[in-house]
Design a protein around this ligand. Sequence first.
Ligand SMILES: *Cc1c(COP(=O)(O)O)cnc(C)c1O
Length: 467
Amino acid sequence: MTATTPQIRLDASDPYAPLLRQAAAHASGYLGTVNARRVGPTQADVDALVNLGGVLQGDGENPAEVLDLLHRFGSPATMAVMGGRFFGGVIGGSLPVTVAAHWIADAWDQNACLYELSPVSAFLEDIVLSWLIDLFNLPADCGGALVVGTQMADITALTAARHALLAKAGWDVDNDGLFGAPPINVVVGEEVHATMLKALALIGLGRKRIITAPVDGQGRMRAAALPKLSGPTIVCAQLGNVNTGCCDPIAEICDAARGSGAWVHVDGAFGLWASTAPERRHLTAGLELADSWATDGHKWLNTPQDCGIAIVRDRIALRNAMAVSGTYYGEPAARDPMRWCPDSSRRARAIELWAALRSLGRRGIGDQVERTCRLARRFAEGLAKAGHEILNDVVLNQVLVAFGPGDITDQVIKAIQDDGVCWCGGTTWHGRRAMRISVSSWATTEADVDMSLDAFDRAYRQCGGNR
Ligand SMILES: *Cc1c(COP(=O)(O)O)cnc(C)c1O
């Protein structure tokens, strides 16, 4: 008998194609009109979600009908973040190429845990991490991981910090745990993001035992007022305050921490991206002096949710903290993503990240940051001209505005949300109620800003304002 090559059975039928065509029609219909619809859903649209609920039936339904149902009742109850006039948080719309790349990634359905199980996912992860390290001008031999979001990137980086600091103190945290371990001091700024406190709590460093460093009027940590650091210490700095957009002085903080052996971690969810825009880069000066960094693609880079990025200077500390079994000291031939992050099975989020970075290039990324910062300034100027009080220095893409006393400001915010032309949320800044405007989407234009300014004016008058 002669050896034969086993034949792969070719079958012309493709059970995916009709559903994908249907999904593409619904998705295109949604995206093609998203700029014309109201930004926040109506209460009626939200109430109609009951049509997607009920008791799980014994018999399944036709997949095509399931998709139609999802579009019919799901699409209207979305927040229209994919248009140009959602300003209610640092949530960018997704770049068209990233949405399309995501579709391809869904078709691939790769488990990006091991190189062997998905060479393309592991390779792209390796590439995007090296591009990002280079883009942010960080040391080339940093280690990195792609995770759910910045909060998880904080957890990832802080776990590496915990490992390294305790190893230096003669304690093996991965095997012996935290009970009885030398204490780790943690310093955060008064304006620390809530998710950082959760990250610290989750990894056993506690919310209440942390030391809070004072900040200036914009929310920047005052490096000169940092407590005296000694013993195993993590200092959590921040780039991009969610209210003011201000950035902690990383160079000064690293300077103060140097000598004490403290580990400086930078939560740069969106602020880290300021380093890619020549006109904003000064806000991130000294970035490369820190020990770890957390950011994400889904805010300012405008990749789809969810796309967290952790980068750690001491790659071996990250590798050991994330080891699946036992301590690891060498370098693998190929990078297995799961050996660098908390997850095991995971989606290949490097794909959309790769598509965004490759299609924008360095200049495109910086331009996207700069353009949105200028649009934030346009908002601030328009509002100030209308007689409203801007509460922050508009250094980045965040604007805080008060329309008078707190209850009036809250009424105006509600009227703006009901109006639907744009969507902004409320916040409290230094005891005052304010409206927060975050400009984070590639899709936002000057016309969108001007339309929104008109909407603010309408809402203000409706609430009895007459400036
Ligand atoms: C958004 C944000 C986070 C949390 O990021 P996720 O991606 O939602 O986990 C952390 N810190 C800052 C400063 C942020 O703006």
